[in-house]
Design a protein around this ligand. Structure first.
Ligand code: SF4
Ligand code: SF4
Length: 436
């Protein structure tokens, strides 16, 4: 599918009835109180483009860039507006028009979206180089000598918070096929992601352990392509479709009971491959089956009945709060399951986070493209987390994980960030240790 706003099914374009129910849930409208920064205002702009009343220009591009793509408006909308489809189509139109092009932007997009995130081997190589840079003292040297001042301003700002690359990637931590030690009930594929693989491969290992403990045979692949969500959200629909085909080839959906993802942002995109490949005669049917097999790990555990651990993940009673990934909560409507999983943990008291589903400002590359708004959202989120007096905040998306950890560290708050599944894996491990 590579629709434009003009060729998109008009029923999607005209679905908004202008009621304004979405306005209070929109972080950018909340920040400025301007109609054009609201979902309703943006949809009106998109409709004007579709009707040929508005040319795609820099104002339209800026507006779509300011939108977080958090999809809170989609949850609030009583008319069932498909904002995700509208937004991705608008961004693809902007890319096609070339209106947002600038040399530095084109360079970074070519390096990341068109090269690194299309080549898992190259991405891992880049990750390995960054790991060396971080661990050999080069990082300290570059900062002391002022070399980091050569970076573009937006990256220079973020450089001190660059994520620590994991000592080992997922292929070194998880074997291609792993069998459960308990009776096998299901056969699943585990998607290890890109950022999750480079930075949080331990969460992938934890996910495999939890699946095994619940009777799932786990198949993963040592090298997996990106799911394409970054591409789709940034207007590169054709590349997103190419990646979807590769992933379907690698994990044929009829081979598994479920295809598991532990990253909210990836999951939200992964379960819509049928729309992306609807015009591809060779893949359309498999893509439809694929969509039904993709499961967020919390959703899958709830579906199969997660075994409660007998022992908690911590030595002492612990307050834990939960920050919702936008694309898990609004994109996939998975809100109860992660909380239910946390409530299974002995010794953990789950404290509800105020505005738990309000975006933390991570939103893909938003912290680079809209740093001020990203920081404002992060400060708001960090304040709420601290107000709960929890010592652990659970969240299930690598972008949120990094962003929230950055905010807590800047605020000097002694709060650990963890994936819910990691807490469960930890409890299972402690349970094993305590067995006579
Ligand atoms: S996706 Fe988020 S930021 Fe964009 S219009 Fe909807 S609520 Fe507002
Ligand atoms: S809630 Fe839905 S129908 Fe109402 S203004 Fe927002 S997008 Fe339009």
């Amino acid at each position: 599918m590579s629709h434009t706003l003009k060729t998109l099914d008009y029923s999607v374009i005209q679905q908004c009835m202008h009621c304004g129910m979405c306005l209070p849930t929109c972080p950018t409208y909340d920040a400025t109180k301007r109609e054009r920064h609201s979902p309703r205002g943006r949809i009106a702009l998109m409709r004007a483009v579709a009707d040929g009343e508005l040319e795609i220009g820099s104002t339209f591009a800026d507006e779509m860039s300011y939108c977080l793509g958090c999809l809170a408006c989609q949850t609030a909308c009583p008319a069932g507006v498909n904002y995700a489809e509208l937004f991705e189509t608008a961004r693809a139109d902007i890319e096609r028009s070339g209106v947002a092009e600038a040399p530095a932007r084109s360079f970074w997009r070519a390096l990341t979206l068109r090269f690194l995130f299309m080549r898992p081997d190259a991405l891992r190589l880049a990750g390995g180089v960054l790991r060396l840079y971080q661990r050999t003292g080069l990082e300290g040297f570059a900062r002391r000598s002022g070399l980091t001042r050569l970076l573009p301003r937006s990256l220079r700002r973020l450089e001190p918070q660059a994520p620590r690359i994991a000592a080992q990637f997922s292929n070194r931590l998880i074997r291609e096929h792993e069998m459960p030690q308990v009776p096998e009930r299901y056969r699943v594929a585990l998607l290890t992601g890109c950022i999750q693989d480079l930075v949080f491969s331990d969460i992938n290992r934890d996910t495999a352990d939890v699946l095994l403990a619940n009777g799932c045979r786990v198949h993963t692949a040592p090298e997996q392509p990106c799911c394409g969500s970054l591409h789709a959200h940034n207007g590169e629909t054709a590349l997103a479709a190419r990646l979807a085909r590769r992933l379907i080839d690698q994990f044929p959906p009829d081979h598994y009971d479920a295809i598991i993802t532990n990253a909210g942002g990836c999951g939200s995109h992964l379960r819509h491959y049928s729309g992306l490949l609807e015009d591809d005669a060779r893949y359309a049917e498999r893509a439809r089956l694929w969509d039904t097999k993709v499961k967020d790990v919390h959703e899958w555990l709830a579906e199969i009945g997660c075994r409660p651990p007998q022992v908690g993940p911590f030595d002492a009673p612990t307050r834990v709060t939960y920050h919702e990934s936008c694309h898990l909560a609004h994109g996939q409507k998975i809100t109860r399951e992660p909380r239910a999983l946390l409530r299974l943990l002995p010794g953990v008291s789950l404290v509800e986070l105020p505005e738990s589903n309000w975006c933390c400002g991570s939103a893909g590359v938003y912290a680079i493209t809209q740093p001020d708004q990203a920081d404002a959202l992060l400060t708001r989120k960090t304040g709420h987390i601290v107000s709960t007096q929890a010592t652990v905040v659970a969240t299930a998306n690598p972008g949120c994980h990094l962003q929230v950890a950055r905010g807590l560290s800047a605020a000097g708050a002694d709060v650990t960030v963890a994936h819910p599944v990691s807490l469960l894996a930890r409890a299972y491990r402690r349970e094993l240790l305590q067995r006579p």
